[in-house]
Design a protein around this ligand. Structure first.
Ligand code: FE
Length: 211
């Protein structure tokens, strides 16, 4: 299927793909997310997905496709699992960096808060549900706030899976792969998720993604 809701912060035109710059300095999120975490997470992990994708595309007839088209065309295609995994991880990470802000966290205002109240009964309920999703994703994956038909929902996805293949518009995500938090929080994923919600989440970016 075609991806309905393009997000130009995460999508990129075509091969060869580039590692996007972080939308903040690597020490701007300290002490909540360290420059060391970002140097590995952005500089090594995200960079590796970009490099792997470019290497796989060197021998592929999909070179002219945009990142979102690649994700959509290779989803559930057993012959192209490598391209899907790396393309989706490039998209997910490019989107994730914008979900973080040096002045982030806490309770949003305005339209995004109204929609959260409508969809989850209260901001506190939203936080509870988002934290539950992020902490109960078994192994590697992502927790997402999504929009479809003017309603918000929360889902978790495993590994590289991304809900944009299911017709949802991504509003916000939290990377819950161990590489996202292990250097700062070791095995304490719940503390990382609390820090994401209380100190880091970029509600202005989330609101800018609403349809
Ligand atoms: Fe990651």
């Amino acid at each position: 299927m075609t991806i309905k809701h393009s997000n130009n912060k995460a999508n990129q035109a075509s091969f060869p793909f580039k590692l996007p710059e972080l939308p903040f300095e690597s020490n701007d999120l300290e002490p909540n997310m360290s420059a060391r975490t970002l140097s590995f997470h952005h500089g090594k992990h995200h960079a590796a997905y970009v490099n792997n994708l470019n290497t796989l595309l060197e021998q592929s007839d999909l070179q002219k496709k945009s990142l979102e088209d690649l994700i959509s065309l290779t989803h559930n295609d057993k012959g192209n699992t490598g391209i899907f995994n790396n393309a989706a991880q490039v998209w997910n990470h490019s989107f994730f960096w914008h979900c973080l802000s040096p002045n982030g966290g806490g309770k949003p205002k305005g339209r995004i808060l109204d929609l959260i109240d409508d969809s989850f009964a209260s901001f506190e309920k939203f936080k509870e549900e988002f934290k539950k999703s992020a902490t109960t994703q078994f192994g590697s994956g992502w927790a997402w706030l999504l929009e479809k038909d003017r309603k918000l929902s929360i889902v978790k996805t495993a590994n590289a899976e991304t809900p944009i293949t299911e017709g949802y518009k991504a509003i916000l995500t939290c990377d819950v792969w161990e590489h996202a938090y292990y250097l700062d929080f070791q095995n304490k994923r719940p503390d990382y998720v609390d820090t994401f919600l209380d100190k880091l989440v970029n509600w202005e970016f989330a609101e800018s993604n609403l349809g």
